[in-house]
Every structure is written in C-alpha cells, then in structure tokens.
Write a protein that binds this ligand. Sequence first.
Ligand SMILES: [Zn+2]
Length: 232
Amino acid sequence: MDYGLGFNPLYFVLVIPPLLLGFWAQMKVRGAYAKYTKVPNQRRLTGLDAAKIILGPEGLHDVAIDGVRGELTDHYDPRSKKLGLSAGVAQQPSVAALAIVAHEIGHALQDQQNYAPLKLRGALVPAVRLGSWVGPILFMAGFLLQFTGLAWLGVFAFGLSAIFAIMTLPVEFDASKRGLRLLQTYNLTIGNEVQGAKAVLDAAALTYVAAAIQAVATLLYYVMLIAGRRDD
Ligand SMILES: [Zn+2]
C-alpha cells in the first residue's frame, strides 16, 4: 500500500497524539504559571531580588541580568552569560517568579560547572538549525522522486532535532533540581511554597517531554513511510 504523503493512517497515530500532548502540556504550564504568579511569596521577593541574592554566593559574578519581552520567555544564554527575565518574573514577588528565576540560575550553574549534557546540546545547535529545515525538504524530495537514499539523508538530518530534544530533557530536569535546591539553600521559599515552585517547574518539564516525544514520533513516521514504500 502506498498512501503517498497525504491521508496516511500512520499520521493519525504518530503525529496527531504527540501534537495534542504538546498542546496539553502548554496549557498545563500556562495554568500553573497563572496560578502561582498570583500567589505572593512570604518574603515578598521578586525574581530580580532572588537573582541578586543567589548569583554572588554561587560565584556567578559574570552573569548579567537582562529584561526580555513576553511571558514565560525567561532563559539563560550560555554564550552571552545573560539571564533574560520577563517582567512577570523580574518584578512580581510571586512563587512562580522564584521558581522560574531559580530554574534559570540552575542553567547558569550548569554552564559554570561545564555540565556535559548542556555543553553537548550547545554543540549540536548549528547542526540542528540546519537539519531541521533541510531534513524535511530532503525527505520530501527523496520520497516524491523515489530517491530512497535522499529520503534517508533527510531522516538523518531531521534525526538531529530528535537527539537535541532528547538531550534537552536531562538539562531541564537538572536545572529544576538545582533551582529547587537554591530556593531552599537561600531560604527564599517558606513552608510549602517550594511545592508551588515545584508544580510550576514540573509543568514546564512536561512541555520538554512532549517536545521530545513529538520529535521522536515524527522521525519514526518518516522512517515508516520509507520502510512501507520498500515493501511494495
Ligand atoms: Zn530550562
């Protein structure tokens, strides 16, 4: 059977459910953020306050703090050593702000300590950028023109994205673990506030799990399309 690229039942098994999982995870992280951004932390510390408390004692003197637009856009950039904080995190004294800033400082600590999964993932970035747009083109061209070798090359290029998405998991889980430890070490969270912080970070982690499942399932879809055609 050859369904070509359209109307393939595999699509509904391998592509649609992971996509729905991704939407669901996004909703969950937005929900957790919306909930805990309204819960003020007892010490009334904004994300910026928390960052200032943590960075020095952790030896992160070369990390600069920068404002970024948007919501849930907070990140740490290992190249510029900049901690990018959204207004909602930098200026709000909420449980969510503490969780997010601690997580991002967790990434800064990974960078400082040359945490291998972070370095490896960083090294993959240029290849992934190229592979993620060249891969599907090569695959389509190979598939439609029946050049199986070219289609496999596309799968390989796209496979880099899947490897990247998988490498992201230990990096993100570890940053959250470090973040929650920082919140407790510096007594930034009081009582069960740390559970609220954990809920925000767990929801965020789920989006990375969904992204990894999506990448692997899409890869599998490509592989099965080629394999299925071979059997004809
Ligand atoms: Zn992260």
